[in-house]
Design a protein around this ligand. Structure first.
Ligand code: TXA
Ligand code: MG
Length: 302
């Protein structure tokens, strides 16, 4: 799966300030050198993302944490050692090295070690940190294949590393340690249950409302078609009722929408010309918590 020539090419593009899209286990990232403010600004520009919305810095091992963060709580250090590489981002007080362009002006930084052999090969050879949001235009559905990235960003990205479809399919779980005790800012690929098991205590999910992370904005992760949420029991009759109104309706799954298929399904529905996507919410346990979160945001008013 790893092509050393592609990795070297990607590394030299990053070193010269260019942008490289790369696979992770969650979604594809749009990467730039975290130490290069020109590259960081280019990421915001290509994504069309407001400059106040911070980027995650990707590193290759928990041992690099101290290069990027300070005053690291022991619980955060433990999580990093036990769960990285993995779909978890830690929010910590930033080290001096970290540019405020990456953090959207904040004194905290998001850090993560992705669990994907291509990403890890890239990060190891690059040595520094790679700042990367999901490789989609702001507010849209995240890419889970190299082809999604190509279609979304086209020539605005210098190079795309193809690592096949993402296995997890929803973004990382963001765990905020910036005020001491852990809080989940965004449910994601690492389940709350697993997090609580490792920490040995309950971890609250921060209530929506305060806009600080971009995924917390009302409408986000949104396909072109309108998304209508229905209970699993009502999805079928809802779909039929809307169909009667002359709209095209897509019903995703009979019960649960698998996390790994979620974004590809929304994209396929758009491509099929759907006006409305009727979708049942999964149980909010395990990965269902992240799937339900993304569906609610996809359904939020635009
Ligand atoms: O799985 C993922 O996390 C993917 C892959 C590429 O790693 N990345 C991703 O990045 O989803 P992005 O930029 O689309 O979402 C990152 C989220 C944003 O909502 C951002 O605001 C939040 O992380 N974030 C980053 N740094 C933060 C900070 N210092 N404080 C609070 N939120 C932060
Ligand atoms: Mg994103």
């Amino acid at each position: 799966m790893i092509d050393p020539a592609s990795i070297s090419k990607a590394v030299s593009i990053l070193k010269s300030g260019g942008l490289v899209a790369f696979p992770t286990e969650t979604v594809y990232g749009l990467g730039g050198d975290a130490d290069n403010e020109k590259a960081l600004k280019a990421i915001f520009k290509v994504k069309g993302r407001p400059e106040t919305h911070p980027l995650i810095v990707h590193i290759h091992a928990a041992g690099q944490l101290k290069d990027w963060a300070r005053n690291i709580p022991k619980a955060a250090e433990d999580l990093a050692r036990k769960l990285w590489p993995g779909p978890m981002t830690l929010i910590l007080q930033k080290a001096d090295r970290v540019s405020k362009v990456a953090t959207g002006g904040q004194d905290t930084v998001g850090l993560r070690v992705p669990d994907h052999e291509v990403a890890l090969a890239l990060l190891k050879e690059f040595k520094g940190g790679v700042a990367a949001p999901s490789a989609n235009r702001f507010g849209k559905v995240s890419p889970t294949t190299a082809d999604h990235v190509r279609r979304d960003l086209g020539n605005d990205v210098d190079f795309i590393l193809d690592g096949g479809p993402c296995t997890v399919g929803v973004e990382s779980t963001i765990v905020d340690f910036s005020s001491g005790d852990p809080v989940i800012l965004r449910p994601g690929g690492l389940t709350r249950e697993r997090l609580e098991q490792v920490l040995g205590r309950p971890v609250p999910v921060r209530a929506a409302g305060v806009v600080r992370v971009s995924g917390q904005l009302e409408s986000h992760y949104a396909p072109r078609a309108r998304v209508v949420i229905a209970s699993p029991a009502e999805a079928r009759s809802q779909a039929d009722a809307l169909k009667a109104g002359g709209k095209i309706v897509m019903l995703l799954g009979e019960k649960d929408v698998a996390a790994s298929e979620l974004y590809a399904s929304l994209r396929r529905a758009d491509e099929s010309g759907a006006d409305i996507i009727v979708v049942p919410l999964p149980d909010e346990t395990g990965l269902g918590l992240a799937v339900a979160d993304r569906l609610r945001k996809a359904a939020a008013g635009r």
